[in-house]
Design a protein around this ligand. Structure first.
Ligand SMILES: [Zn+2]
Length: 80
């Protein structure tokens, strides 16, 4: 597998550089949603992932601050 970014992924901009998607998981109701880091990096800038996790709010159960963030293993399609 071609790796585009071997550095530590700590911020939203790192996620964009690594060409990864994020998954937001709600630890309250189990809802999961794929998050395109490009769309939220535009809004939040170089936010670190811990701060992002604290800001996420579940669209199903409306819980805030109960999220977990997972970095998808795959790079974006068409970016090789
Ligand atoms: Zn939820």
């Amino acid at each position: 597998m071609v790796r585009h970014w071997d550095g530590e992924i700590a911020t939203l901009q790192d996620v964009v550089r690594a060409h990864r998607m994020l998954w937001g998981l709600c630890r309250h109701c189990g809802h999961s949603a794929r998050i395109d880091p490009r769309s939220i990096a535009f809004r939040y800038g170089a936010l670190d992932l811990a701060a992002l996790r604290a800001r996420l709010r579940c669209i199903r159960c409306k819980s805030a601050g109960r999220a977990a963030i997972v970095i998808d293993d795959r790079v974006w399609p068409g970016m090789h």
